[in-house]
Design a protein around this ligand. Structure first.
Ligand SMILES: *Cc1c(COP(=O)(O)O)cnc(C)c1O
Length: 366
């Protein structure tokens, strides 16, 4: 049996109605900003539960412009987690700021108990990442942020509709950053991103920053850039957004099914599943004994298992100038040896989930 990783051919396999909307849109010529984007932004804000949503070019820009709107300048320090996708750190570096890493714990998110010791005079933002669809414990992060008066930007790119105590990812910080990249849980047909906020001033500033600082067509009130979400992608976004809840619910159900099966295998450890956290499983990762052997076995049996990631970002050569070495982030390092990612998306069939469980059990001789 084949268990593929990418489900994109299925995601848009049946979308005749979307093609019709795209045809209707193309003849309007409304290709930049415009009505479909405004509609998308309203629906996105409503979905997440914020006052505003601002469409931008990518999730990376959603982080970068958020930091910029919070006046992060060269030399400032931004605290984030040692095991994230490169873009989180790239956004910090693009502004000339310095990423300061905190180790993760077995939830794959920042160990919130290690944050305070990293705060210095230069710390100008906290950038927790809701990595893999988990949630960083924002109750603690916001407490620290308040104590030191430091703003928080949430990298929620992997965690749309994740929540703690019913409060969604993206609604805890000054802003929340989302990605609409094809590989994210809610995706369009190209790069795209969204910033959410409740703050009137930040919203105003972000709308300016993403569109050259134009207040109107003749007036530039601040230097910005071109980071508009393409209006044609907003049409795609408007088509997929109503499915957002059911997509996450299906991922959660699949993860639960895999948890229940894999938990029986003693060489597999399921990461913690805290009760008041809603985890949305952008990546379904477990810890495995003899992981490399298991990975090879799964690949041979047709299961597209993966490692996210074999080299943690803090160890990448591009960041050598920060002077980190193996052992600086022991939990992140330990994960490298034992993490394995299985497909968990909304288009999997139950027999594929069973096949994953059976194949893992077979590898360990059970
Ligand atoms: C995907 C991702 C981003 C960046 O999103 P893009 O839309 O690809 O720019 C940022 N942070 C994390 C954790 C991501 O997974």
């Amino acid at each position: 049996m084949k268990v593929r990783y990418s489900y994109l051919p299925q995601q848009f396999g049946d979308c005749e109605d979307l093609w019709q909307e795209l045809r209707d849109f193309v003849v309007t010529g409304d290709f930049t900003l415009g009505e479909p984007l405004t509609k998308f932004e309203k629906s996105f804000a409503k979905l997440i539960g914020t006052k505003y949503a601002i469409g931008v070019n990518s999730g990376t820009d959603a982080i970068k412009l958020s930091l910029k709107a919070l006046n992060i300048v060269p030399g400032d320090e931004v605290i984030t987690v040692a095991n994230t996708f490169v873009a989180t750190v790239g956004a910090i570096c693009e502004l000339g700021a310095t990423p300061v890493f905190v180790d993760c714990d077995d939830t794959f998110c920042m160990n919130v108990e290690l944050v305070e010791e990293k705060i210095t005079e230069k710390t100008k933002a906290l950038l927790p990442v809701h990595y893999t669809g988990y949630m960083t414990d924002m109750r603690v992060i916001n407490h620290i942020a308040e104590k030191y008066n430091i703003p928080v930007v949430e990298d929620a790119c992997q965690s749309i509709l994740g929540a703690i105590d019913g409060k969604n990812a993206g609604t805890w910080g000054s802003t929340g950053a989302f990605s609409l990249h094809p590989l994210k849980n809610i995706n369009v047909w190209s790069d795209g991103g969204v910033i959410v906020t409740d703050d009137d001033e930040l919203c105003k500033k972000l709308m300016l920053l993403r569109n050259h600082g134009f207040e109107d067509r003749d007036t530039v009130v601040m230097m910005g850039c071109n980071s508009r979400l393409d209006t044609i992608q907003a049409v795609v976004g408007n088509w997929i957004l109503p499915q957002a809840q059911s997509i996450s619910n299906q991922r959660i159900a699949n993860a639960k099914y895999l948890d229940n099966g894999l938990r029986e295998i003693k060489q597999i450890t399921i990461p913690p599943r805290p009760e008041n956290f809603r985890l949305v499983f952008h990546l379904y990762i477990v810890f495995a004994t003899n992981r490399d052997g298991l990975l090879k076995h799964c690949l041979e049996k047709g299961i597209d298992a993966k490692i996210h990631y074999p080299i943690p970002i803090y160890k990448q050569s591009a960041l050598r100038y920060l002077g980190h070495k193996t052992g600086d982030f022991p939990v992140t390092d330990a994960h490298v040896e034992k993490i394995i990612t299985f497909p968990c998306d909304q288009h999997l069939e139950q027999k594929q989930l069973d096949y994953i469980i059976d194949t893992v059990a077979e590898y360990y001789g059970q």
